[in-house]
Write a protein that binds this ligand. Structure first.
Ligand SMILES: Nc1ncnc2c1ncn2[C@@H]1O[C@H](COP(=O)(O)OP(=O)(O)OP(=O)(O)O)[C@@H](O)[C@H]1O
Length: 743
């Protein structure tokens, strides 16, 4: 306790924090001024078009810095450490130095010094005498809560904890960062080393997503050199979830992480929607990798011998099985992917035909012919359309889309390539050729893309798009030249500076794609320095294979909850990961920051049905309000939902969700259509599967016993649905409750 008493201490802390915030504010203002001046100086530079182009790149850098400082507010500062030796550190979202003394004004939350802010306890104070959490409104300090950690102190505080305030606050449709209130067990995971794979198991609401995102920001800070080159990838479960988490990393000052879901993992293909569980399960098996491999092999010299080619000159060449086999062996030795091996095949095949023709031409017996003559003749054969057609037949260029579409839509091909699947399993995944791509098709396409390699033959549409893009770039580059260059144009269109619009456009193209995130996102085969997967329990074996392909270093963080898995069978991390990931470290998160204990008690009963040996996470708070479980006549269901939505949304800015079986959703949506304007749009509707990873202040769970056939997957989804609420849960049903919810 402060010698002058708690109240005085609070006032003094607040004054000190305000004084620091004022200094930070004026330093930021100075930084804005100096960055603006730098930017203006750079923009005043002149030179030839190339120099001006470089100038613009530097100007962009200054603009980014400037916007970072301009957007900074009082929230930059959120913590203070008073050390036992009298030293003091202010902790914040970025590091700042006093421009004159070079003393730290603000220590970045990721710096080693800040660690004690998150992990010091009365038992292990780590030389910290007092820790304060600072709240701000604009550039004003609005609260300072100080915890006494001095030796012998009991951890007494001067006010309500910032953590409680944060977790009790109503939610919006975007997740917020937790930088001011990261807890010790979370901090350990965020700052874990970069080597090897780390699996984080945690029940609902334990902060796995939050930890995964803060870890991305941390590894980029700590290993900036390496990761700035290689990039960091975060894979989430679906596009809605990516929208939900989209603001966390920018608020931490990081915009260089690639965020994706399976739907967009493979550049150039976008999947819409999900398959039914049984379809996704079969498509996700590792066996399907073998099927894709066979489907590629089917396209490689898969003809019966003798293979006869008749040239345009009407000469005929008969290729026997021995020669086809030798050709196959040479092709395998080339170790290239299918499409990339095509030029090799073209050469070998023309040489084979040339050699056969030269060795037999006009002779009764075959003779050895000179390799140089073979090569010369083979070159002439490039013009022969019938040879070109034979090459197309024997080694066609294939796109991943063509290959997978054919495999999934042709029962005979599927049976030939996937004999390891049962007839029933094959029948489950077969579908019309015109079907769109789903998320579980992406790992199949990815597998195909890795075996096929670059398609050297972009489609007509892609070519047209590229041409239009090039024309646009050229036009822009011409505009730049006209604007910047006062030199005259030579006859050949070359500026006196020696730069043409074409060269400038090419350079611009490079610059435009210059951030690692942009390049990584657009390049098939890009490998990242670190990969983070959220809801990792949902990865099928084939999806995991696609993730691992992007991370040869195996520097991975996989976060998830095995008890929330949508898999139809039993699930555990070893079964899921070990076949492809020999070793990993495992961490656990145990405290639920979302769901009040009253709701969690109910969810824990459901967890008991999933796995009686599992312990539900401990809720950090309670609301005193039990979940409502109400039998409602089928016809009164819409009114019951609308009533609850209106009552909550008119009095609160919080979020409201209706969760129900996918089959019921159209009817449930119409339930709120009569609500006053502005309210119905604020209601989220979705199935338990779609709600995974999300949270809402109020959840109405409708007809949890709708499906009479229930397996462990339905029980896990019930567990997911029950654990989405931060404040209140209503369970409305006209059909009997599922056995997991009956007392
Ligand atoms: N240390 C913390 N301080 C403040 N809020 C926190 C903290 N940790 C987690 N939260 C909040 O708790 C809620 C749940 O976090 P999060 O969504 O990351 O949990 P999760 O483990 O991913 O949950 P689920 O498995 O159910 O998807 C979020 O609102 C998050 O901001």
């Amino acid at each position: 306790m402060h010698p002058l008493g708690r109240r005085t201490a609070t006032i003094l802390d607040r004054l000190a924090a305000q004084s620091r915030l004022d200094t930070i504010r004026s330093t930021v203002a100075d930084l804005v001024a100096s960055e603006s001046a730098r930017l203006a100086t750079v923009l005043r530079e002149s030179g030839d078009a190339v120099e001006l182009w470089d100038r613009d790149a530097r100007a962009d850098h200054h603009r980014k810095q400037l916007s970072r400082f301009e957007n900074a507010g009082g929230g930059l500062l959120f913590g203070h450490l008073g050390m036992r030796d009298g030293a003091e550190w202010y902790i914040g979202r970025m590091g700042l130095f006093d421009p004159e003394t070079r003393d730290p004004l603000l220590v970045d939350w990721r710096a080693p010094l800040s660690r004690a802010f998150y992990t010091a306890t009365p038992l292990h104070p780590q030389d910290v005498a007092a820790r304060s959490t600072i709240g701000t409104r604009g550039w004003r300090v609005s609260s300072v809560v100080t915890e006494d950690l001095a030796a012998g102190g009991e951890g007494s505080t001067t006010g309500p904890s910032a953590l409680m305030a944060a977790v009790s606050h109503h939610r919006t449709d975007r997740m917020s960062d937790i930088v001011a209130t990261i807890q010790g067990e979370q901090d350990r995971i965020i700052r874990a080393g970069l080597r090897g794979a780390l699996v984080v198991q945690g029940g609902p609401g334990t902060g796995k997503t939050a930890v995964a995102l803060h870890r991305a920001a941390y590894v980029l800070y700590e290993h900036r050199d390496r990761l700035a080159r290689e990039g960091v990838l975060i894979v989430g479960p679906n596009p809605d979830f990516l929208g939900y988490i989209s603001e966390v990393l920018p608020s931490l000052g990081e915009d260089s992480v690639v965020l994706t879901s399976l739907h967009t993992l493979l550049p150039g293909v976008v999947a819409h929607g999900e398959d039914e569980r049984d379809v996704a399960e079969v498509k996700g098996r590792l066996d399907l990798a073998k099927a894709i491999d066979s489907a590629v092999r089917r396209r490689e010299i898969a003809v019966r011998a003798p293979y006869v080619v008749t040239l345009e000159s009407e000469q005929t060449v008969r290729i026997e099985s021995k020669e086809l086999a030798a050709l196959r062996t040479r092709m395998r030795r080339s170790r290239r992917s299918h499409n990339e091996a095509r030029p090799v095949f073209e050469r070998l095949f023309r040489e084979l035909v040339a050699r056969m023709l030269l060795s037999t031409a006009g002779r009764s017996v075959e003779v050895d012919v000179d390799q140089e003559d073979v090569e010369d003749f083979a070159e002439e054969l490039q013009l022969d359309d019938r040879i070109a057609a034979a090459i197309d037949e024997l080694w066609p260029i294939v796109s991943p889309e063509e290959l997978v579409s054919e495999l999934l839509s042709d029962e005979k091909i599927l049976a030939a390539c996937a004999p390891m699947l049962s007839d029933d399993d094959r029948a489950i995944i077969v579908r019309p050729a015109s079907s769109g791509w789903t998320a579980s098709d992406i790992p199949l396409l990815d597998e195909a893309a890795s075996l096929l390699g670059e398609d050297p033959r972009p489609g007509m549409r892609a070519r047209a798009r590229e041409r239009a893009e090039q024309e646009r770039e050229l036009e822009y580059a011409q505009g730049v030249l006209d604007l910047y260059s006062d030199t005259t144009t030579d006859d050949d269109g070359t500026r006196a500076s020696g730069v043409t619009a074409e060269q400038l456009a090419a350079r611009q193209r490079q610059d435009e794609r210059s951030t690692v995130a942009e390049r990584a996102e657009g390049e098939v085969g890009w490998t990242y320095g670190h990969v983070i997967v959220d809801e990792a329990q949902e990865l099928t074996p084939l999806a995991l294979r696609a993730v691992l392909r992007r991370c040869p270093s195996r520097s991975l963080t996989l976060v998830g909850d095995i008890n929330q898995s949508s898999a139809a069978h039993g699930a555990d991390w070893d079964t899921l990961l070990r076949p492809q990931l020999r070793s990993y470290t495992r961490e656990e998160l145990t405290v639920n920051y979302r769901t009040p204990s009253e709701i969690m008690d109910l969810a824990a009963r459901v967890l008991g049905h999933i796995d009686a040996t599992q312990k539900a996470p401990t809720s950090i708070r309670s609301t005193g309000e039990q979940p409502e479980i109400l039998r409602v006549p089928y016809d009164a269901m819409s009114d019951a939902i609308a009533e609850r939505a209106e009552a909550f949304l008119t009095e609160s800015e919080g979020t409201f969700a209706v969760i129900g079986d996918a089959e019921l959703l159209p009817r449930l949506r119409s339930a709120v259509s009569a609500l006053p304007p502005g309210l119905s749009e604020r209601v989220w509707f979705g199935s338990p599967r779609a709600a995974k990873g999300l949270e809402f202040d109020v959840v109405v769970l409708v007809e949890p016993g709708w499906r009479s056939e229930r397996g462990v997957a339905e029980t896990r989804e019930l567990y997911v649905a029950l654990t989405r609420a931060t404040q209140r849960l209503s369970i409305l049903h006209s059909t009997p409750l599922p056995p997991e919810l009956t007392p």
